[in-house]
Structure formats: C-alpha cells, structure tokens
Design a protein around this ligand. Structure first.
Ligand SMILES: *Cc1c(COP(=O)(O)O)cnc(C)c1O
Length: 359
C-alpha cells in the first residue's frame, strides 16, 4: 500500500541510544537534557535565535491566540488543516475568513483589509504546504492596523524566505513535529517569537506559568515536550538533509512526468527555498479528482484530499462563502511523497493520473 505519506523511521538502535540517556538521567520531562539539546540543534540548523519545543503543533497555536487574540476577531485562511480554525474557536476568538490566492493557496492579502473591524486583534495565516504567505504585504497591513500576526508554519520546517528561516517572520510562528510531518518527534511541535518579552510569555505559558517551583507568572498550560519525544527528534535530526534531498527527488519526478495540460500545480512564491513537504495537484473539476482517486485506490495508492472541506464550511466556524477556497478544496489531491518512494511506484501513480486526464 502506498499512502500519501510514510513516517520517517531511523534505525531503532539509534533511538534506543537516545532513550538510554533519559533512563540514565532518570528524567523524562520538564525540559530535560534531550529537549534542551534538540532546541539547540534546531536553532543551529534553522539559523534562528529562539525556539521553544512543545508537546504538539496545536497547543502553540492556542498559546499564541491566548496571548494575542484577546477573544476578538482573528482573520484567517479557510484552506488549512482544521487545527488552525479549531484553535481560534477553542480560545474563544471568532474566525473571520479571507479567501485564498488561487495559485499560491495562501491567504489572499489583497482581501485582508476589507475584513478588518474594530474587533480584529490578529491575523492567523498558514504557510500552506510550506509555501510562504505574502509576508511583506501582511506585515504592512498588520503594522497599519496594529494587529498581531501568527503564522501556522506547521508545514514549513526548513523553509527559507529571502534567505531567512520562515519561523523568523510574524509576531509568533508555530510548527508541528507530528509523525506525518517532514521533521518529527512522533507528536511534537515548536513556537517561535523574536520579541524577548513575548518569548518569556511563551515560555511561562507552556509550563503552567511556573516561575520557579513556588511562584507563577500569568496563566499557563502544559505545552512541554517530553524527553522521549526529544529522543525521537534527536534520532531523526541527523537525517534532515537526506529527508529534504530525497523528497526533492520525488517532487522533481512528478514535475517532470505529470501531464499538466489539464492539471494545476502549486505555485511556490519567489525568493523561497521550499521544503518539498507536500505535492498537491488541482484537477479541473471534482469529478475528475474522484475518478483519479478511485483508480489510484484500486492500484493500492491512497492520496489524501488535503485540504477538504474548506474550513469556512465547518459547522462551528460559521464562515461566509469562500468561493476560491471551496473550489480548490473540492479539486485538490495530495500525492504520495516520502523518503523511500520508488521511481517505479511513482511511474505507476503518474501514468494512472495522466491516463485519466486523457479520457
Ligand atoms: C499538523 C498541523 C497542525 C497541528 O499539529 P499537531 O502537531 O498535529 O497538533 C496545525 N496546523 C496545520 C496546518 C497542520 O498541518
């Protein structure tokens, strides 16, 4: 069976070695040696000055919205994983959707201003499939209207924009290290901020607000990464260049061999070093997608409809119609992309899709 993704698993002996360190320390969580080491490695690799490792990629979104959303209206994208919208609603903020750009699939910055009201507190946009939002335009709008910018960068590990880590942009950025993501710790994630006051707030927030054992500094929650998660992260980490290079090969093969005459590919923003995190293709209509999916399933290939449905249509999000996002959502399919996918398997997938489009 070929799934849309396959978790990268290094040799278990290497994981055991890292886990042994936690055993030797008799220390399994609360920012132990392994978490601190993983944070240092991430800073070095990503060339960033700060990172806080977390237990998943959703809690950092909730923390960011708790700190910056102020239970107001949060302008957001309807084309993302459900966690983006759910975190807004969970934090008692109101999602206000702005439609997406039809080629980049990120929030359409030209439609943000008309959605701003006096209740707007923040913009929460997703670098969907690792493709950066229009960072300059969003920053300018945020500055003009004094809004915070939170980037859901769950897909964007390793992405650089203008030679700088994508996590360096926005008031707060968050990432997910879920097993399905490019770099992973099984479950896990991280959050990033440049402002030092905000870094301190993020830090307290992810550890119950603890300021030492006896004092508290604001409201907090448990967002800590455990030593066992960090052990897996430290085991995967040495392979990150290999992971990126192998994924690039798969992406290049799709790019060279798929027949794009009736198919739309993701357009990557200029000045971006992309991370090859997903391979979405957009059919001309949903019928074509369903037929291609059926043929692929019959050949034991299981792509995923990322992202469907458009998040403005989910019952609790109470969103207005978003014609571009709803249309793209109904027509987009993410093809299998992972380390170890063989050229012959890729050829099978490609010929099924190309054949379908020809009839
Ligand atoms: C995976 C993902 C999340 C959630 O991350 P978890 O680590 O699973 O909690 C949030 N946003 C987006 C866009 C994602 O793809």
């Amino acid at each position: 069976m070929i799934n849309v993704t396959k978790t990268f698993l290094p040799p278990i002996e290497e994981y055991n070695k890292q886990v042994q360190r936690a055993w030797d320390n008799e220390w399994l969580t609360n920012r132990g040696e392994l978490v601190l080491e993983l944070e240092e490695k991430l800073k070095e690799f990503l060339k960033i000055s700060n990172v806080i490792a977390t237990n998943n990629g959703t809690v950092p979104l909730q923390i960011a919205l708790k700190l910056l959303g102020n239970q107001g209206e949060v302008i957001t994208t309807p084309f993302s994983y459900v966690a983006t919208t759910a975190a807004i609603v969970w934090e008692n903020c109101t999602p206000v959707f702005v439609d997406i750009h039809p080629e980049y699939l990120t929030i359409d910055e030209s439609k943000i201003e008309e959605a701003i009201t006096d209740k707007t507190t923040a913009i929460l946009a997703t670098h969907v499939f690792g493709n950066p939002c229009n960072l300059e335009a969003i920053e300018a709008i945020a500055k003009k209207h004094q809004l915070y910018v939170i980037y859901d960068a769950a897909h964007a590990f390793g992405v650089q924009y203008r030679g700088k880590s994508i996590f360096d942009y926005g008031t707060i950025s968050t990432c997910s290290f879920h097993a399905t993501k490019l770099f992973h710790t099984g479950e896990g994630g991280a959050m990033f901020a440049n402002d030092s006051d905000l870094q301190a707030k993020l830090f307290y927030s992810h550890n119950f607000g603890h300021d030492g054992p006896l004092a508290f500094h604001g409201l907090g929650i448990n967002g800590k990464m455990s030593e066992l998660q960090a052990a897996l992260g430290l085991t995967v980490f040495p392979y990150i260049e290999t992971i990126l290079a192998e994924r690039k090969k798969v992406v290049d093969f799709y790019n060279e061999n798929l027949d794009f005459s009736n198919l739309q590919a993701l357009k990557i923003r200029d000045k971006t070093d992309w991370n090859y995190s997903y391979y979405p293709i957009i059919f001309e209509n949903e019928q074509q997608l369903l037929q291609a999916q059926k043929d692929l399933n019959e050949a034991n290939v299981f792509p995923r409809r990322y992202f469907y449905p458009s998040l403005n249509t989910i019952e609790y999000s109470k969103g207005k119609t978003m014609s571009i996002s709803e249309s793209i959502s109904s027509r987009v399919l993410c093809l299998p992309l992972y380390v170890g996918l063989r050229e012959q398997e890729l050829s099978t997938i490609i010929s099924i899709i190309n054949n379908k489009l020809r009839c």
